[in-house]
Design a protein. Structure first.
Length: 671
């Protein structure tokens, strides 16, 4: 029998040790003294010194089936090795081959929006080729990093692997890929009820406490909810009635949690901003949080009963581990799993105005605020992620204002964005006290950049392109960018404005010495504006011929050629650095790079298969061959299929490169 002393709650541990030691010598009882046979620790995986819990709790690991049994499994997923290349936010709308990417995140049990997307086209061939390039020692075995692809796209439950907060399991919709930092669990047959019941049990305090017994570190900063720990944690056998009850409670918790996301404009669940949501129907976040806590209490109560934990056991377990509540879990990300730079509290007026900007651009549907369109029904937890949130304008519907993806900050112009924002607010029967034009010029983009930056990825979709002095600003809508957008900006906005300014200048110059002081000031102002507009036109026309945006490249790559036209210093710096790296060839996988430097990029395709795949020229420069299987430097006598560069002469390579340039209408000279 071994004796253990527990002083976690003692502020003066020295005095406590002295006091308990004296009681030990006298043979007196003390709640801080535990006597346990060393062999009793064998029941818990890893044999941790879980002396403070009863033998019944330790034996739970032997008397109940492990998580990894009875058709259940937990697995680690994809590490892209190049997130900037292979990961996007969903509002970047990257297109075919991109799937929701569950990559950990903040503490959020039952529900968390999957706002990232990962590129997994043609069974992940481009990612796998990139992984093998970065890690040659894998000998083509990319699955060592792109783990368990046979489970990709299945519905399951996922969780942040390493955080400073408690374990938080949440539903993962079908069609998603899960990450190494966001592992996932699955059940045989993909049953929704089975998954929801599992989500309930694994979010219970009882399950979390059993997980905590296996963790080597008591410090919250070191909590690592590894797949192996989850696999070994016991689960109670469930009757049909209990499974149904747990599934219904988990579904309700998911629904409540999701409803809190319906006011977040970059969420898949978004309906309306808070200021309008509360007018449309009863919507009280505090009431929702209260009911969510009640559901959690019911789940915890049933889980304790199913595990057979006594009140004494519960008290002992709770002393060993106190899960962090959601309110305390901000900044709970440890290893960069899924940062949320936009998760700061948002002013309701700012949120309302931001929504109105989206309505003006045709992103959001104003009719939801007036009741002319009904809110779509809530999806099921494991339904595939939608292309649009319920609050977005359905495809094919008439937008609030018809435009070609460009609006302008210009009083009197038919596409004047501040005027359109005012019209939107008037249409939905609300108003703000702020000067909207000033807000748009001074505050909006900083807010928008922060709001649309997540997981270390900056992806603003409303682009303010301004003259050097900020005297004239065009607003481009990223989802509607085309190769003609910059030409349209010049022809339909900048040139007409420049001509109008020159007409006004001509009228003032004709007056000569008869101009008033006010007219002299106006002349000087117009001359500066003329110069600014001419520079803006020239910059746009310089970029336009090779500007062929590809949604696959993402916001930052596509905006990089225009870096000098953004006035926000942080964003401008990020874009300038991105452009510098493009020029240096660090992002030759980007479709935009091929437009500017086709010879360099295509030549690199002969050396890097992943880049050849990205530009759809793999068959020109690479071929599949049999190669020997090498293990620890020795030839095993076996072979495997792998890719090798085709044996081409320099003349053949140059000819193929020129053919691609001609076929795709690229410019041969570098920018």
């Amino acid at each position: 029998m071994s004796q253990f002393l527990r002083f976690l709650d003692e502020s003066d541990k020295t005095s406590a040790l002295r006091e308990v030691s004296q009681q030990l010598r006298k043979g007196e009882d003390d709640a801080r003294i535990f006597e346990v046979e060393p062999e009793a620790f064998d029941a818990v995986p890893g044999k941790p010194f879980a002396y403070w819990v009863s033998e019944e709790v330790r034996q739970t690991f032997e008397r109940m089936p492990a998580f990894e049994s009875e058709g259940r499994t937990a697995r680690q997923g994809l590490a892209t090795a190049e997130d900037f290349r292979f990961v996007r936010t969903w509002w970047e709308e990257p297109g075919d081959g991109w799937h929701g990417f569950a990559k950990g995140g903040s503490f959020s049990p039952f529900y968390a929006d999957v706002y990232l997307m990962a590129y997994w086209n043609t069974d992940g061939s481009e990612i796998k080729a990139g992984i093998c390039r970065r890690y040659p020692y894998l000998y083509g075995n990319a699955e060592f990093v792109a783990k368990n692809p046979q489970f990709y796209l299945r519905p399951g439950i996922t969780w942040p692997r390493r955080t400073t907060s408690g374990l938080s399991m949440r539903a993962m919709p079908q069609g998603c890929i899960f990450a190494d930092k966001g592992p996932a669990a699955f059940v045989a047959g993909n049953s929704t009820d089975d998954l929801m019941a599992l989500c309930a049990v694994t979010n219970s305090r009882a399950f979390g406490l059993l997980v905590s017994l296996q963790l080597a570190a008591a410090d919250a900063a070191a909590r690592s909810y590894e797949v192996g720990v989850i696999q070994k944690t016991p689960l109670p056998e469930l009757s049909v009635a209990n499974q149904d009850r747990l599934a219904r409670m988990a579904h309700r918790a998911w629904s409540l949690k999701r409803s809190l996301d319906t006011i977040e404009e970059n969420s898949h669940a978004f309906i309306l901003p808070f200021a309008l949501r509360i007018q449309l129907s009863e919507y009280d976040p505090s009431t929702i949080e209260s009911e969510l806590a009640s559901v959690q209490t019911d789940i915890d109560s049933l889980a304790y009963e199913l595990y057979g934990f006594s009140d004494v056991d519960k008290a002992a377990l709770q002393d060993s581990y106190a899960p962090i509540s959601e309110n305390d879990a901000g900044g709970s990300i440890v290893d960069g799993a899924d940062g949320d730079e936009g998760a700061k509290p948002i002013d309701q007026t700012t949120s309302l105005l931001s929504w109105a900007v989206g309505v003006a651009f045709g992103r959001f549907d104003w009719r939801l605020a007036t009741g002319q369109r009904q809110i779509p029904p809530e999806p099921n937890p494991f339904d595939s992620l939608p292309d649009k949130s319920p609050g977005m304008l359905p495809s094919g519907e008439e937008p609030f204002h018809v435009h070609a993806g460009i609006l302008v900050d210009g009083e009197g112009h038919q596409h004047d964005l501040p005027r359109l924002i005012e019209q939107v607010l008037d249409t939905v029967g609300t108003s703000v006290s702020q000067d909207i034009r000033r807000w748009l010029r001074k505050d909006f983009f900083s807010f928008h950049l922060r709001r649309y930056s997540k997981s270390r990825r900056k992806a603003p979709i409303y682009w303010p392109l301004s003259t050097a002095t900020g005297s004239y600003t065009l607003w481009l809508y990223y989802p509607e960018l085309t190769s003609q957008t910059l030409f349209s900006a010049v022809n339909d906005f900048v040139e007409p404005k420049l001509n109008s300014v020159r007409d006004d200048l001509g009228s003032l110059r004709i007056k000569g010495g008869s101009r008033s002081k006010q007219e002299e000031k106006e002349l000087e102002k117009l001359e500066d504006l003329e110069h600014d507009l001419a520079d803006l036109r020239d910059t746009l026309l310089e970029v336009a011929p090779t500007f062929r945006p590809s949604m696959n490249d993402g916001v930052q790559i596509n905006a990089a050629p225009l870096w000098s036209l953004f006035h926000h210093k942080q964003w401008q710096k990020a874009l300038q650095e991105t452009w510098d790296r493009l020029e240096k060839g660090e992002y030759d996988w980007a479709r935009l790079a091929l437009n500017y430097w086709p010879e360099r990029v295509l030549r690199k395709c002969t050396e890097d298969r992943s880049i050849a795949i990205a530009h759809d020229v793999e068959e020109l420069f690479w071929e599949e061959v049999e190669v020997p299987v090498i293990r620890r430097g020795n030839d095993t006598g076996k072979t495997r299929l792998d890719w090798e560069a085709r044996d081409l002469s320099e003349t053949e390579i140059s000819k193929l490169i020129q053919e691609v340039i001609d076929d795709r209408g690229l410019r041969s000279e570098s920018r």
